[in-house]
Write a protein that binds this ligand. Sequence first.
Ligand code: RAT
Ligand code: ZN
Length: 545
Amino acid sequence: MKTTFPKQGSPRPESTGAEVLEIAQISPAVEDVLAATPFIDIHTHLFAPSFGKLGLWGIDELVTYHYLEAEFFRSSHTQPEQYFALPKTHQADAIWRALFVENTPISESTRGVVAVLKAFGLSTDRSDLSEARAFFQAQSLDAHIRRVFDMAGISAVVMTNDPLDPEEAPAWLNGIPEHPQFRAVLRLDRILKHWAANWQVLAAQGYKVDAQASGKSAAEVQRFLFDWYERMRPMYMAVSLPDTFFYPAETLGNHLLAEAVLPSCRELDLALSLMIGVRLQANPALRLAGDAVGRADLRSLENLCRTFPSNRFLVSVLSRENQHELCVYARKFSNLMPFGCWLFMNNPSIVEEITRERIEMLGASFIPQHSDARVLEQVIYKWSNTRRTVAPILSNAYRHPRRHSARCHAPIPLQRRNVDEPQRALSTYLGAALFWLQSTLQEAGNRFCQSARVVCLGHGERQAPRQAVPLHTQRVEKVRPPHGVFRKNRIAEAGLHQALDRFCVFRLHHHVGHQIELPEKLIDNQANVASFFTLARRRSRAQST
Ligand code: RAT
Ligand code: ZN
């Protein structure tokens, strides 16, 4: 098993004339870096425009988000079956009236809608949705997506793509043009949790599987996953699991997990995302809003990480009670990467608690957030909340080494190397490394395009807060290797993998770990990528030689 962390190489020469940050400068500096760093959102339910109606956007979708539906049934006498029989616009009208007109929108989800309206300069105190509807109807989708990403400070999102979803699969089978800002994920829920209802779909497509997943079934599921890898080129595979999930219990799902999914992930060099702790359909009448939460037995993670050391697991847990254990297991297993604050965890008070706990236990080696957005414009408030919540936690974390260094006369300076390059310098020292997965994926686009920057923010450049991130899509198309090259010839994808590996703490793709020097080179070439701790270690090595 290759380590998840980059190897140390030769120390980089220190720049001269560095300006050491005063404690009072740390907070504004952190805020600057967070505001100016475009993130990649590693888990959403958004879709690229070519998926047509599957991609949700606009006011009616925002107001009928399932988080708001759950709140609506607490504030209205409307029964779920009456509500779900209404057309979408009437559903939105009913929710708007109940939660925004007759009640004050103070919950996190209602405040999210208010924040989006405000972001577009729309009124938030109207008795109906006509103004907002007129605004969204006037938008053209492609330009609107660019504007929304810009407002949210994100450069790309990762979708959730289920090859057995009857609405989605035909789009892939007909051929979906790759969109640089909407990356795919191969979702496995129907295979791992609902085999009985889905094996026949695989069988009908020519895969030799049976109801018991016996015989050649596991090998055939692998073949199915490889075929879908070719079609989707997913960033990782994923499944959400109930609180009752336990590995290694004797279940059909565990059999397929161990014999088909994990070997495929190893072969394809993909991480597996496990979202654990959902109690599916606790109240089925509420449909999507009917899921609840339960505490899971995370010894499953211990068993998985230990039994499959060559697999990498991206894990998010839904129960607050499981969060601390997740951090403990991440300390034990470098092939385990905690990520995000999911569904009921995605509230500022809880995000704050979880993020602080993760920093205390894991430093910067976790992925703090994903949006889980289902409606395009939600990324605006979700990422704004993340920046606002994380900024004081990060600032506080960096104040401590600064204070400590003053006390022990062994300064670990937080420096502003060059006032003209604040983002580069501050990112170096202030550990925006927390978000490197996101920015690394963005950088992956840069390297993928070789000849030109896909994304204009780069080494030594500063992006103003909210500055648009222009994409040179034509150039992307020009240099993109033909479909299928990726699996047959890994070299073709090496640039992407190298860029992913540049993330100081985690590798979605790890095979370049064989090239010991590579992460180091990438760090040297990308000053704003090196984590605070990497540089501190280098500095002490430099002093001792
Ligand atoms: O946050 C959500 O929308 C959940 O209901 C789930 O969809 C969850 O995010 C998942 O991906 O399973
Ligand atoms: Zn989700």
